[in-house]
Design a protein around this ligand. Structure first.
Ligand SMILES: [Zn+2]
Length: 457
């Protein structure tokens, strides 16, 4: 376990962040390296009694053991959490905000589920007032579950993305989102065109990308609902705006992969439909990847693209078991985060998502340790989104988005964790495993955004 103080880093960042302003004392856990490729003990930073120092702009200016730092910051107000575990905010690398009201839609697999439930639901987001109301409820739900950053699908209507960005801006959140592009194999009321998708996305990029903490993702739904012409337009946007993301679905379900093969006879594989349009790069995030071939994993690795592993959704829609060992292969590693994929996903909670990820690994005779799962939900997600310089850990200079977990949040968790603050690495592994398997929104005692408590309000 690493526990070094960072007074030097504070000196370096102090001048640009305005100086220490307030602090938080308690037990802290974050990651300093990827536990899939580094010894777990060396990848974890655990401070049973730590101090997090923040400035007035909401950035972290120092972090270390309380005993070491207290003398340096004797004059700042310090909020104290006892019997709690403070972690960086969770990062959800794939979720649909218009699907907040349609979770638990019974009985179908992907393509039928889209037609029967999803498309009629997303139609309602044409109304900007309804979209704004749902965006606020969606963000309430994220914060209640300890999720501080997400990569978000809006609906096809540009006003739905506009409503989401406005709601996220009002809460000072770091969010990435985009209007869906889809011009075929969907009801007329949900279809745009290559030209309108390009123009609407461009206007949204100009308005929202890098406005405050917001970032834009060019968002073709998937290869089935975009013509090759529309995918080319998406590629044009990425070339014109090099900082924006590409966010789509990839190789989720067997029937979907077969349909893509029929629609794109000239492409070698599913990933190639995106590659031929220039959509596979360092800022690309592909949800699912359950059915990917070894060659596709290698191509994603070479392109430094990311996958969002969405286990609750993959199990709910019967899509299959993600090959975690392929994504985390030492030979061709792919950047990886966890996604809830609400509303095919069954929970907003990244703890519950990690729980199902553990079970998916078990069904493939693999073990996903609690530290690896929590890495994917925090620093791993930040790396997948190319945001590890801003969020995902307690390093000085980063934005102070973090959560306070209660290891005794329920009667059963209290029984399971009579000692809520771990003293050894083994105790900590046991404690956080119980949170991964038994925890959910009830385990989130508080969520802080830019150093300020945002939930509960
Ligand atoms: Zn999805």
């Amino acid at each position: 376990m690493s526990s070094q103080s960072s007074a030097t880093a504070y000196q370096a960042t102090n001048s640009k962040t305005g100086g220490p302003c307030h602090g938080l004392r308690g037990a802290f856990l974050d990651f300093v390296a990827d536990p899939f490729f580094t010894d777990e003990a060396a990848s974890i930073r655990y401070l049973p009694d730590g101090l997090l120092v923040m400035d007035a702009t909401g950035h972290i200016c120092d972090f270390g053991p309380y005993d070491t730092l207290a003398a340096l910051y004797g004059d700042i107000p310090v909020e104290v959490y006892r019997d709690r575990l403070i972690m960086p905010g969770f990062i959800d690398t794939h979720i649909h905000f218009p699907q907040i009201g349609m979770m638990a839609a019974y009985g179908e697999q992907l393509l039928e589920w889209l037609n029967k439930y999803t498309f009629p639901t997303e139609r309602k987001f044409q109304d900007p007032d309804f979209a704004r109301e749902m965006a606020d409820r969606f963000l309430d739900e994220l914060l209640r579950n300890g999720t501080t950053t997400a990569l978000v699908f809006a609906a096809v209507f540009p006003q739905s993305a506009d409503a989401f960005f406005a709601a996220a801006q009002a809460r000072h959140l770091r969010m990435i989102a985009g209007k869906v592009m889809m011009d075929r194999n969907a009801p007329d009321y949900l279809c745009d065109t290559p030209e309108s998708a390009y123009a609407d996305s461009k206007a949204l990029i100009e308005k929202w990308h890098q406005t405050d903490r917001l970032l834009y993702a060019v968002t073709p739904r998937f290869a089935i609902t975009s013509t090759p012409e529309q995918l080319q337009k998406a590629g044009q946007l990425l070339r014109e705006y090099p900082g924006v993301y590409l966010h789509t679905h990839l190789s989720e379900n067997v029937n979907e992969v077969g349909f893509v093969r029929e629609l794109f006879p000239d492409c070698d594989c599913y990933l190639d439909t995106y590659d031929q349009a220039g959509l596979v790069g360092e800022k690309s995030v592909f949800a699912h990847g359950v059915q990917l071939t070894d060659e596709e994993f290698r191509r994603l690795s070479a392109a430094r693209a990311a996958i969002a592993f969405c286990p609750t959704s993959n199990l709910f829609l019967g899509s299959g078991l993600f090959k975690l060992e392929q994504a985390k292969s030492a030979d061709h590693p792919v950047k990886l985060g966890l996604g809830t994929d609400v509303g095919a996903g069954t929970s907003f909670s990244l703890l519950q998502t990690a729980n199902e990820a553990y079970k998916v690994a078990q069904l493939r005779n693999q073990q996903l340790s609690p530290f690896k799962a929590l890495f994917l939900a925090t620093l791993g997600g930040a790396q997948a989104l190319g945001l590890a310089d801003k969020i995902g850990s307690f390093d000085p200079g980063k934005e102070a988005d973090f959560i306070v977990l209660n290891p005794q949040a329920t009667p059963l968790l209290t029984l399971r964790n009579p000692q809520p603050t771990a003293k050894t690495l083994a105790d900590l592994a046991d404690l956080v495993f119980s949170l991964v398997i038994m925890g959910d929104d009830r385990a989130i005692a508080a969520t802080y955004i830019m150093g300020q408590k945002s939930w509960p309000t």
